[in-house]
Ligand binder design. Sequence first.
Ligand code: SF4
Ligand code: SF4
Length: 306
Amino acid sequence: MKKNLAQTLENNKIFKLVLGLGNQNFDEIESLVTVYAIAGADMFDINPSKEAVEAVLRGVKKSGKHPEDFYYTISTGLAGDTHVQKCKINEKKCKKCGNCVKLCPQNAIVFDKEYPEVITEKCIGCKKCDICKAVSFRDLQYNAEKIVKLAKKYKLDCIELHLSSKKIPDEEIKFILKNFKGLLSLCLDRKYYSNEKVKKLINKVTKWKGDTKFIVQADGVPMSGGDNTYNSTLQAAAMAHLVQPYGTYIFMSGGTNEKTAELAKMCSLRYNGIGIGSYARKIVKDKNIDEAVLEAKKLINACKHD
Ligand code: SF4
Ligand code: SF4
């Protein structure tokens, strides 16, 4: 039987593959999980739907490994969070220039009829297409109760809440702490979470929970797009630096890449894991399975080196 996640984080640094909070392309999720499970990932970060969880479990099965070999977190934002938004296009305002199609990193906008159309399942809400009046966004509706139910049903290890609004969602956090025995992870959008507010949040949650056994990480806002540069991963390092005196678990995430562990070492940062989404997905895109596994292994090794 696997150790619980908190025990593992006490003594190990883990690699988490972030599958994309708004990603409803379940075939892609399954393939990514197969590749990263073979390559040695420790944890999968899944969007809050039964279909996504089942796609992850299929991917693990295809890898030849056992579901117990991995940790799972379900990740959600609350209404208003960019990560739970989907693009829509108003044909009446569209000038048919096609620029949004070129800008979309997910190939989620197709333009083979009179007007461009959004393939909702592929849209991750990154807003790179938000360049004209025809484009707007709608929220996917999630609430803490629904998430806890899903996490319990599949015996997941962690619930990650993306905090991306002015007000700290006290009631939702308290609900998760009260009703879910796994770990809580707080993923903070720095647009809304100043240094002072991060400290206030950590102090509040520590008081409600009675200890600091929860994860804090930075959110990728704006979503990174997957560059492999020190610059791209600075935000993750800054968050780790800010949070480390408080004793919570720290995941480096948001613009993370092959340079993240190296940067953390240069800055003597304490952290418990690295979560990578855009960059991890980008390096295996359009590769056959053997090539993809090699790329994924290289990334995981770079993340786990000390
Ligand atoms: S939605 Fe905007 S960017 Fe896209 S084709 Fe129409 S006018 Fe151009
Ligand atoms: S650019 Fe981003 S928000 Fe726009 S359709 Fe593509 S994935 Fe969705």
